[in-house]
Design a protein around this ligand. Structure first.
Ligand code: CO
Ligand code: CO
Length: 322
């Protein structure tokens, strides 16, 4: 949609909308650039506090994905007048405590009456100009690393229908409330080529703009992609959010599916994530160091899931899944 609006360009706008990046980057001086992003959505879990924490972690992630440091945030709230104010208080508390964990100050916000609650943050961060990690830098030979397991869309959808074991949902929530802070710090120390975070368009749906912006293609090894326990079983039972099915449909033109990749795996690789991990393109010679830095920073998952190929390597396709 943004591409249909008049094009925005400015010598200080280092990252705008053209590369499908997670946040905009605007240079203030030779040493400082602003990183700006916003994200909000309706509840994905029942508990208001947990919903607030997930929404905040998810919004902050777009700054981390750019290699930036988030500093300030504003609450964005839609809330029905008919619901108890205590519910809103707990949503905001979840968001505030997650922001505090990130060292981010929530300095205001805005609330409107809405039929269904919505919550998120507009986040402002900083990055050193030239140090931003964008979608556009992936190079053939780079290795793709993912820092959280996927499957949160399918699991939370099952959760809304009361069809998910408590343990499975708890684990998904634990990952969704985990900040991408440590993963981003590790990535910045190693100086990787490109990164994005995996959210609503799913793993492959976020890999695609990275490859487009970088003028490259990629091979993904399905069996190497970490998946949350229970997600596959739910996919096999036919559980999937509408967004996940739409992702799969829209990716079919871009993906060459290996014969061994079954329909449930395809769905999982396109599953709409909330507060997913970072997807990083790292030069192969730095892979060992990146994995060590991630592990050393307490990041549980540092999965090598594929590699970046040259532009014409897959004929007309962007991604080969094997
Ligand atoms: Co993002
Ligand atoms: Co976003």
């Amino acid at each position: 949609m943004l591409r249909q609006l008049p094009e925005v360009s400015d010598p200080n706008l280092l990252v705008g909308v053209s590369t499908g990046d997670d946040a905009a980057v605007y240079k203030l001086s030779a040493r400082v650039a602003l990183v700006q992003t916003v994200d909000f959505f309706p509840p994905i879990v029942d508990d208001p506090y947990t919903y607030g924490a997930i929404a905040a972690a998810n919004a902050l992630s777009d700054v981390y994905a750019m290699g930036g440091t988030p500093l300030l945030a504003l609450n964005i709230v839609g809330f029905p007048v008919s619901l108890p104010k205590e519910v809103l208080r707990r949503i905001l508390k979840g968001g505030a405590e997650k922001a505090a964990e990130a060292g981010v100050l929530i300095v205001g916000g805005h609330t409107v009456d809405d039929e269904e609650p919505k919550y998120g943050l507009a986040v402002t961060g900083l990055v050193q100009p030239g140090k931003q990690v964008t979608n556009a830098g992936a190079r053939p030979g780079d290795v793709l690393v993912l820092t959280k397991p996927i499957g949160t869309g399918i699991i939370t959808t099952a959760g809304k229908e009361g069809r998910v074991p408590a343990k499975v949902l708890r684990e998904a929530i634990r990952h969704m409330t985990t900040l991408n802070h440590a993963a981003a710090d590790a990535m910045v120390r190693v100086e990787v080529h490109a990164a994005t975070d995996v959210t609503g368009f799913g793993l492959l749906g976020h890999l695609r703009p990275m490859l487009k912006a970088s003028g490259a293609t990629a091979r993904v090894t399905a069996s190497a992609v970490p998946m949350l326990a229970g997600a596959r079983a739910l996919a096999e039972q036919g559980v999937a959010p509408g967004g996940t099915r739409r992702n799969l449909e829209s990716l079919n033109t871009a993906v060459r599916w290996g014969r061994a990749v079954d329909e449930h795996t395809r769905l999982l690789l396109c599953d709409a994530q909330t507060s997913g991990g970072l997807l990083i393109a790292v030069p192969r010679r730095k892979l060992k160091r990146l994995v060590a830095e991630l592990r050393g920073s307490g990041v549980e998952t540092a999965a090598v899931i594929g590699e970046v190929l040259t532009k014409g390597a897959l004929d007309s396709k962007l991604i080969a899944v094997e």
